[in-house]
Write a new protein. Structure first.
Length: 184
């Protein structure tokens, strides 16, 4: 069985190595900004499915895994920041509050399946200097909500309820179940 991860995320690649010994990375060409949905959960699933289907069209004999992780504050989706200023704005909004991290998962194999996983994250109230120092590293720019949990956990995070891998970008336990279902 040939597996493809439809993502360029180095974090997803590392997480998938917990589950699969061999797979190929083929980033999808899907424009996530064109995806429309009624709820954040539906958006995450639709984006993940669009990515998996797009790559599957190019590699029809493979089992393709798509994922899309979003950060949701209230009902507002925080995607990847446009620039440093946008990253600061997002982090200021998140600090001192609880938000949800939702990852949509899709597998296109013998069958097509999709699901989502939600983890709740409570951020500490941190100061402008701490936010500015993190943003100055450049690391927030390729991450939903302008942060990588593995980079800021000690400084920014008060509590995580749910799957830690989900917050990093790939809920491995849920993916294992979905892969089994789509291989039947």
């Amino acid at each position: 069985m040939r597996y493809i991860l439809a993502s360029a995320s180095p974090r997803r690649k590392l997480l998938l190595q917990k589950l699969l010994q061999t797979f190929t990375v083929v980033p999808s060409r899907v424009d996530e900004s064109a995806v429309r949905a009624q709820t954040p959960e539906a958006f995450a699933v639709k984006a993940a499915l669009a990515k998996a289907l797009e790559v599957s069209c190019r590699h029809p004999r493979a089992t393709v895994i798509g994922a899309d992780t979003i950060v949701v504050l209230g009902q507002k989706i925080l995607g990847k920041p446009r620039d440093n200023r946008d990253a600061v704005r997002m982090l200021r909004a998140l600090t001192g509050h609880t938000h949800r991290v939702i990852t949509g998962l899709a597998v296109v194999g013998k069958r097509v399946g999709a699901t989502f996983v939600t983890t709740t994250v409570r951020m500490k109230k941190v100061g402008a200097g701490t936010i500015a120092a993190y943003v100055a590293t450049g690391r927030p720019l390729d991450k939903a909500g302008a942060y990588g949990i593995q980079e800021i956990e000690a400084t920014f995070i008060d509590r995580i309820d749910g799957d830690y891998d989900n917050v990093v970008g790939l809920p491995v336990a849920a993916l294992k179940i979905l892969l089994k279902e789509c291989q039947k």
